[in-house]
Design a protein around this ligand. Structure first.
Ligand SMILES: [Fe+2]
Ligand SMILES: [Fe+2]
Length: 241
């Protein structure tokens, strides 16, 4: 029913050189993908706005765009995109003390193992989930994992990224800003886990971690917009404008 998974090399090497290989078409009408999407969607029933099903849908949309350009296996990629954050509620409940990429992969494993797909496809979907996190220990190895990583990071920068950073800070009950505290001293999931802190410790570094040519191109534009926003934010906070 499904073609055997192939692991492509279609990314930037250490010299920034692109390597392309032909990809596969999207399989959004695939019954297995439909089943997988329904399973994932239910997990987000009571999710917080910063990491809800809407985030997953945006990431899936970016995966469609980047995956097509990068020659990814769209069945694997879209399946992984729908599942990638299903462990997020556990991380939030533990106030950041566990990794949602790892808990998500563990949660997805019994479901994925039941799907009528090859062992290699199952392995790749679970690898994509495990390696999608910016702060995670695992590094994306397959083209599908690299595209998912980039798509997920793109939703953390630019205008959407700024909006999500403040949405997340609001969910924690954080202050709008704390100019008296070194952001590197502030603890995550605390009252000082502000949108600006997230920008300094993570968001401003994202563009340099992109793994695909298409993802990097999009990240550069979103990054520039975000830098302008935070420069202006600091000026307005200090009543300079
Ligand atoms: Fe995530
Ligand atoms: Fe995500």
């Amino acid at each position: 029913m499904y073609r055997k998974e192939e692991f492509h090399s279609n990314t930037l090497d250490i010299h920034g050189t692109a390597h392309r290989q032909p990809g596969r078409s999207a399989r959004s009408e695939d019954p297995v993908l439909h089943h997988l999407k329904s399973f994932a969607r239910k997990v987000f029933k009571n999710a917080r706005g910063s990491h809800d099903w809407d985030h997953t849908r945006r990431v899936a949309g970016l995966c469609e765009r980047i995956g097509a350009a990068e020659g990814a296996d769209m069945f694997i990629l879209m399946g992984a995109a729908y599942l990638h954050d299903i462990g997020r509620c556990e991380q939030d409940a533990a106030r950041g003390s566990l990794c949602h990429a790892e808990s998500g992969a563990a949660k997805a494993k019994p479901f994925v193992n039941d799907l009528p797909i090859s062992d290699r496809q199952k392995e790749n979907i679970l690898h994509c989930i495990t390696s999608h996190r910016f702060r995670g220990k695992a590094t994306p190895q397959t083209i599908e994992a690299k595209v998912l990583f980039d798509a997920d990071k793109l939703d953390a920068i630019g205008a959407i990224g700024v909006a999500r950073a403040y949405l997340f800070a609001g969910e924690l009950g954080a202050r709008l800003h704390n100019p008296d505290m070194d952001v590197h001293e502030a603890r995550s999931y605390s009252r000082n886990d502000t949108g600006y802190r997230e920008y300094v410790v993570k968001l401003c570094k994202i563009k340099d971690r992109m793994l695909t040519v298409s993802g990097l191109r999009m990240a550069q534009e979103r990054h520039e917009y975000m830098v302008q926003f935070f420069n202006r934010f600091l000026d307005e906070y200090e009543a300079k404008r």
